[in-house]
Each structure stands twice: as structure tokens, then as C-alpha cells.
Design a protein around this ligand. Structure first.
Ligand SMILES: [Zn+2]
Length: 231
């Protein structure tokens, strides 16, 4: 389960000085652990530190430096790399001077031609569509946060990004390519195409994107932008 912060506040306090009222409400703001629902006072760990749930050990916060800027830059790089990674040859097999290239998409088509529809759909979703959506959503969210522009769908995009992150399985596909190359190298000459280098770079960028995205900070910024947009 991904991080869902629930803010609980006593909204029925006595009217009085605005600052005292705000301070009192802030003291009642609690975060719920996404794993065990333990209510906790919001932790404020420094950059490089981690905040864990004292009951189940779930990592609640791990602040990152310049997370929005880095996510913005990495998602642009990912969007550029995903085009050659999907459309250019990954691996070429040379048998008796006959070279045959294979792209990510041609692998999906080959599986469909073999009537392996379920596998073809899974490969298409986990290695092409979900990584693309992941990068587009990260770009949309970080661009809006970076530019300070509210959007009514920011929270929806963020929830989708958190869910899609689990379904993007580029590393599994990479493992499959390595195994196939090792097996084929004994019977044919294997040549690596430009698409493979782009795919490996995309894999690194995706891993950096996932680890640099400070979800707690993103949700705080989204909350502020939504409130500003509603005001
Ligand atoms: Zn917990």
C-alpha cells in the first residue's frame, strides 16, 4: 500500500486569536501509517534521514534534496530515451550472413503471431505502456509543482503514478534480454543495437526517477497548490 496521509484536525475549537487557533490545529494534525494505521505526529526528518513507523517499521518519509527539480529533469530524459528504446533494434542475430533485428515492439508482435496473447499484452503493458505513462505523469506533476501551477487533476495523477510505479517492469524485460543473448550467443552471432543502449539508459533513469521522487514532499506541495487553486 502506498503512502496516504490523512490529516485529522479538530475543526470545532473555540474562536479566538487566529495564530493560537492555527497553532492548536497544527498540534492536532496527525499522519496515519499506510501499513498499520497508527496515528503519528508528523515527523520532520532532515535530508538524508528516514522516518519509520515505530509499530510496523514502514518507512514514512525519506526527504530528498531538490526532488521536484530532479524529477522534472529525469522525466524529460526518460521521455527522450523511451522513443529509441521502444522503436530501435535492441538485439540483432546474425546467422549465415543473414542479420535479423528485433525491437521491443517486434517482440510483442511476434508473441501475438504465436497466439500468446496474454504474454504479449503483459509485455506490452509492463515494458512499454506503463513505463511511458509513468514518465508522462512524473513530468506533468513535477512541471506543475516546479512552475507552481495548480491543476484540478494533480492529486489523481499522483495517485496513478504511485500505482503505476509497481507495474513498470523494465528490469524484468532486461533480464529476459540478457538470458536470451547468452543462450543465442552459442548458436549465432549476437549484435547489440542502439535501442538496447537506450533501453539500459532508460532503466537507469527510471530507477533514479523512482528513488528521487519524495512522495511526502510532493503530496505537501500538491496540497498547497490545490488549496491555492481553490482560494
Ligand atoms: Zn505502521
Amino acid at each position: 500500500m502506498k503512502c496516504t496521509i490523512r490529516k485529522l484536525a479538530n475543526r470545532n475549537g473555540n474562536p479566538g486569536c487566529e495564530n493560537q487557533k492555527t497553532a492548536a490545529m497544527n498540534s492536532l494534525l496527525l499522519d496515519a501509517c499506510p501499513e498499520c494505521d497508527l496515528l503519528l505526529k508528523p515527523a520532520a526528518p532532515a535530508i538524508g534521514e528516514k522516518a519509520h513507523c515505530p509499530r510496523c517499521g514502514f518507512m514514512l518519509q525519506r526527504p530528498r534534496k531538490h526532488s521536484i527539480e530532479q524529477t522534472f529533469a529525469l522525466s524529460i530524459a526518460g521521455l527522450i530515451l523511451i522513443i529509441p528504446a521502444n522503436l530501435m533494434p535492441l538485439v540483432g542475430i546474425k546467422i549465415l550472413s543473414n542479420l535479423q533485428d528485433g525491437t521491443l515492439w517486434s517482440g510483442v508482435v511476434a508473441l501475438m503471431n504465436e497466439n500468446m496473447w496474454l504474454v504479449a499484452i503483459l509485455v506490452f503493458l509492463s515494458s512499454m505502456l506503463f513505463p511511458l505513462l509513468n514518465i508522462i505523469l512524473a513530468l506533468l506533476i513535477s512541471a506543475h509543482l516546479y512552475l507552481g501551477r495548480p491543476h484540478r487533476k494533480l492529486a489523481l495523477w499522483m495517485r496513478l503514478l504511485q500505482q503505476l510505479d509497481e507495474w513498470s517492469m523494465l528490469e524484468v524485460y532486461m533480464l529476459g534480454i540478457i538470458v536470451a543473448c547468452v543462450k543465442l550467443s552459442s548458436i549465432a552471432e549476437v549484435k547489440f543495437g542502439f535501442g538496447l543502449y537506450a533501453f539500459v539508459a532508460l532503466l537507469v533513469i527510471s530507477a533514479m526517477l523512482s528513488s528521487n521522487l519524495d512522495r511526502y514532499s510532493f503530496w505537501q506541495h500538491i496540497d498547497r497548490l490545490i488549496k491555492r487553486g481553490a482560494a
